[in-house]
Design a binder for this molecule. Structure first.
Ligand code: PA5
Length: 441
């Protein structure tokens, strides 16, 4: 994976050295966390890709639930409990499900409690599934008490039980903190459980059983995913600032934030990576969007993450980005790997329209749009970074996800905030539960 920074308003070398100094101690801390191994530290998620016991347990559970007839893996979870899995699934398969209706297994995601979606999902399952071997339900909640996940589990499993009886339990896996309310209830009913290591929060959990189990069951190469993550962990913990993608990116975002660039737009030039952008949106939003710094001072800090798709969104928000407020940094994300060498048909329908399209492939056309966009950004003095993936594979997705999680740790340290909690979201959860409880009486 290549990481580049382009801007007509470059960060000076002296700024870079000064900001690098702020990260020296934190980088040393991350190295200690990695050397110590295990899950004692807030940053311990960096140890997931080297945890062999975790891999063994996940592969054993996946083998136990795997069936030749398997068609649907129903992932029930929200936020950090499903966004990483969805990012990887959509990047490799999910986005193309509309064109590949006969490729199985497929993953079906249930996160919010939208009545129409969940009703359509349960109707679909009970009409399309003939035998329990055709599905696995993976209910995922670290806390084991999230309203959306518990409610969706009840509706979906309830519908399947009406059709197939209690054998449904044998086709379930619950992923949660060992000892959580969900975990305990699952164990009581003989349902398979997978644990999430302590100190690994939802948005940092994609390389734990949260992401690995459904992806392994799907048949994805989770070993390659972990290899990519391991290679990136090494880069981000050992390389100097100039070649360290996580440190450099954190420093660029931080220094532009100080200059009023409060938005980071992830401009992704492959539509199948949109969910990857949404995964990052949550990672950035929850990790550094904070009311208080780590000394308890009110700071109301954060960078607002955005996801744009090229070239679609050039025709939607391109005008705003190029001509509107200069309050954004942009991260262009793309791969140079050619996806199709097919050229424009020789016998064109409208040969006189855009003559320069003659003999061009779709890759060439997209490349011209991307390069044209970057030139327009440079001409407008809009700073941008580039993340160039070698391809879209398990390995490079592993690299990207690990890069961004470590970037967020460095950014939290620069902003002096706890990147691992989400105290302000708790309020809505408490209020929701209170309203539901009031309606009981
Ligand atoms: O990243 C996080 O910690 C959150 O987004 C959680 O994943 C989300 O709130 C769901 O929580 P839980 O996994 O406890 O159901």
């Amino acid at each position: 994976m290549e990481f580049l920074y382009r801007s007509s308003a470059n960060i000076s070398d002296s700024d870079l050295i000064e900001l690098n100094e702020l990260l020296v101690d934190y980088k040393a801390h991350l190295v200690r966390v990695a050397n110590r191994g295990g899950y004692e530290d807030k940053e311990s998620s960096i140890n997931l890709p080297v945890d062999e016991v975790l891999l063994r347990d996940v592969l054993a559970a996946s083998e136990a639930k795997s069936e030749r007839a398997l068609k649907y893996i129903i992932v029930i979870g929200i936020g950090g409990s499903n966004l990483g899995t969805k990012a990887i699934y959509d990047s490799l398969y999910g986005f193309f499900d509309q064109f590949e209706p006969d490729r199985f297994p497929k993953v079906l995601f249930a996160d919010t409690n939208d009545p129409k979606t969940i009703t359509k999902l349960t109707d679909f399952l009970i009409t399309h599934i003939q035998d329990p071997s055709e599905f696995v339900v993976n209910s995922i909640s670290k806390s084991g008490g999230t309203t959306e996940t518990i409610a969706n589990t009840e509706f979906i499993v309830g519908a399947l039980r009406e059709r197939f009886g209690d054998t449904v339990y044998e086709r379930m896996v619950v992923t949660s903190d060992a000892g959580s309310p969900l975990w305990t209830s699952a164990v009581e009913r003989g349902i398979t459980t997978l644990s999430i290591p302590k100190n690994v929060g939802g948005r940092f959990s994609v390389f734990s059983s949260v992401g690995l189990f459904p992806l392994a069951l799907l048949g994805l190469d989770v070993r390659a995913l972990r290899e990519g993550a391991r290679a990136m962990r090494k880069r981000c913990l050992s390389e100097p600032i100039q070649t360290n993608p996580a440190m450099l990116s954190a420093i660029i975002l931080f220094s532009h934030l100080k200059k009023g660039k409060t938005i980071n737009d992830n401009f992704i030039f492959h539509p199948e990576l949109e969910s990857l952008g949404k995964w990052y949106r949550q990672l950035m939003g929850e990790s550094i969007g904070k009311e208080k710094d780590w000394d308890g001072n009110i700071v109301h800090t954060g960078i607002t993450p955005r996801v744009s798709i090229g070239s679609t969104d050039l025709h939607s928000v391109g005008q705003l980005y190029l001509g509107g407020p200069q309050d954004k940094t942009t991260t262009f994300i793309y791969t140079k790997r050619v996806a199709s060498t097919t050229l424009m048909p020789r016998r064109r329908l409208f040969p006189d329209l855009i003559e320069s399209l003659h003999d061009k492939s779709l890759d060439q056309i997209m490349r011209a749009i991307l390069e044209g966009t970057k030139i327009a950004y440079l001409k407008n003095k809009l700073p941008f970074m580039e993340v160039i993936l070698p391809d879209i594979s398990e390995y490079s997705l592993g690299e990207f996800l690990q890069f961004k999680m470590i970037e967020m740790m460095y950014l939290g340290s620069l902003l002096r905030v706890n990147a691992f909690d989400q105290p302000n979201v708790e309020l809505y959860k408490i209020e929701t539960k209170r309203i539901l409880e009031e309606e009981m009486s």
